[in-house]
Design a protein around this ligand. Structure first.
Ligand code: UDP
Length: 240
């Protein structure tokens, strides 16, 4: 069952349940698309109907951001838990390593995906990374062909939203992969270019504050985020 949070519907699953669902999608012989959606993406979807449709049609949408959890609570439709994209990806890679599934890393600046691949293979022994490509390409066709030739089962599409979700929806089938996952800046984290918040801050729901401390230029983007809590309160009052 999906829970609507200001126009984006989320799967109401714990981290383990979300990984189980992804594994089921991976076993089905057709392409699937998955999104890790945060409050900024909800705000974008409200203004971009094409992006909203891509999220609506996605096979799995997980709440990656404490703001989504708060908004859902204010709406009176609480979600079970936050499912950070990086944690989700880590569990899925354990499954992939144990089951011989092939992972392709697409996105980030040149060199980052290669560094991410090395560190992920060290963290998940046996993980089969079948290819990498940076996210600053102009032509789609060669990238699609590279993923197809690599026989990828899963692609982490890390081009920033909404491009990554639109790209996965438009080209997923052509790549031959079973599961394409929009994962934002995760390759920068896996490659060690960006640090994740200390665990205590993650537990307290303060990952956003740590991110702001690391990248102060995000202040403009982030200043709009509390707005979704007001929007959620407004929608609740209007009985939506
Ligand atoms: N990126 C990319 N191609 C582009 C623009 C961005 O590959 O044309 C990458 C960028 O290098 C970064 C990721 O997409 O690794 C987006 O990171 P950000 O932290 O902005 O994403 P969020 O997690 O907020 O969606």
């Amino acid at each position: 069952m999906r829970v609507d949070v200001l126009g984006v519907s989320f799967d109401n699953l714990t981290l383990d349940e979300a990984v189980d669902k992804a594994v089921r999608l991976l076993e089905e012989d057709r392409p699937h698309m998955m999104a890790t959606a945060n409050p900024e993406m909800i705000q974008k979807a409200a203004k971009d109907p094409q992006f909203a449709k891509v999220l609506h049609d996605a096979d799995l949408v997980i709440p990656d951001g404490i703001g989504v959890i708060y908004a859902a609570r204010i709406l009176g439709r609480p979600l079970k838990s936050r499912v950070p994209g990086v944690d989700f990806a880590a569990k899925l890679m354990d499954y992939m390593a144990a089951n011989g599934k092939r992972l392709y890393l697409l996105g980030a600046k040149p060199g980052v995906a290669e560094d991410a691949a090395k560190s992920l293979q060290a963290q998940h022994p046996g993980l089969l990374i079948c290819g990498t490509h940076d996210g600053y390409f102009q032509e789609d066709a060669p990238v699609i062909a590279a993923i197809r030739e690599a026989k990828a089962d899963v692609v982490f599409v890390c081009l920033g939203f909404p491009r990554q979700e639109k790209w996965a929806a438009a080209h997923g089938a052509e790549t031959g992969a079973r599961l394409l996952i929009g994962l934002g800046g995760s390759l920068d984290v896996f490659a060690g270019r960006v640090q994740r918040a200390p665990e205590i801050m993650q537990k307290l729901g303060l990952e956003w504050l740590f991110r702001l401390y690391q990248e102060p230029s995000r202040i403009g983007r982030m200043a709009r985020l509390p707005l979704i809590l007001f929007q959620a309160a407004g929608a609740r009052i209007q009985g939506k």
